[in-house]
Structure formats: C-alpha cells, structure tokens
Design a protein around this ligand. Sequence first.
Ligand code: NI
Ligand code: MN
Length: 223
Amino acid sequence: MVKISFIGHSAFKITGETYSLLIDPFITGNPVAAYSDLKADDILLTHAHGDHLGDSIEIAKNTGAQITAIFELANYCTEKGVKAQGVNIGGKVPFPWGSAYWLPAAHSSGTPDGRYGGVPASILINIDGKSIYHAGDTGLHYDMKMIGEFYKPQIAMLPIGGFYTMGINEAVRAAQWLDCNKIIPMHYDTFPPIKTDPEEFKAELEAIGKECIILKPGQKVEI
Ligand code: NI
Ligand code: MN
C-alpha cells in the first residue's frame, strides 16, 4: 500500500512500506499548505521555481533528506550545503524504495537567485510496485503520449489551474495520452490567477471513464 498525501499546490508526500518521499515541498508562502509530517528519506524536484523548490533546502538540512533534481538545480542545492544528486531527462534513477525517471515537461526553470535551473521536468516514480506520475508544471505536450505508451502510470497528478500551466481541457487530453485512469488535479486555487473548478475537471474525466481524485490539502489517498 502506498499513501499519496496532498500538501497543497503541487506538493505531495508519498509514503511506501519503508520509505517516504516529498515532491516539490512548497510550504512557506503557500497559502493552502496542510501537512502532518515533512520527514522523508528523499525530496524529488520537478523544477527550480519557488513554488516547487519551496522549503526543500530547509527540510533537507533539518531532516537529512537527499534532494534529487535536474543537474543545474541539484548544483544550486549542493551550494546551499545540502545533499543533492543531479540527474537528467530519461535515465532510470535507482532509490532504496524503487526508482524514478525525470521526463519532459513544457515549462521553464530558474533558481531563486535568477540562474538557469536546467530543463523543467515531470517525474515518474516506481515505489513498492506502484507507478505514480507527477507532471510538474507543464503545458500539454505530445511526450505524454510516449509516457503513456512506454510507462503507463497507474495514477497521475496533473496541473489544471491554467495561466502558468495547462488548464482543464488540456489536462483531460493529457490523461488520455498518459493512458492513465486515476488522476489527482494539482496547481490550482493556490493564487488568484490559477483559480479553477476541479469539479468540472472531474465531470469531464468521468465522462470518458476515468476517475478523478480531488484531494484537499492535508488529505490522502491509498493506492
Ligand atoms: Ni513553474
Ligand atoms: Mn508552479
């Protein structure tokens, strides 16, 4: 059993049988953040923007968690004095709990000090036999079809807020291309420009036979 806990925005904690990991832990300055425990073995980052890098450095310092991110962003984290490993698009990255792949996203990436953060990414996580896809910040892109064909994730977190990422209509198509039947919407309602109605997304997914799991920050689902 793997637990997926929504912290809010694009931040999640994933808890497997022995290990746990955080994705894009944006807490400080996140008006919706809700969580019970930020302790984890690993922190996985999709890209360098403040609402994704978030509190990673502080959490890594306080807990000893290792950060894994695209090379340029990992270097930034290492300079801040925490343990970080740099990866890139497409390679299998082994972890004690399974493996992960950093895969394409259509977006940008810059560190808080204004440097290039490397390419933005999505992340496919394999933990305790479950495959979980976090799309990162992204517009609709056709690599999602490749990811569906090649990896067929069991559950996917997709941004639906629009403005900085794809919105509901594009995310419905993304779910189809990913060949994924369980979707958790993310990256909406945190700030005024990304306000949207997740119930509309849910209705559109249900109309094509897919399950939409709307989590409020602080809620979790088991898969
Ligand atoms: Ni971003
Ligand atoms: Mn974002």
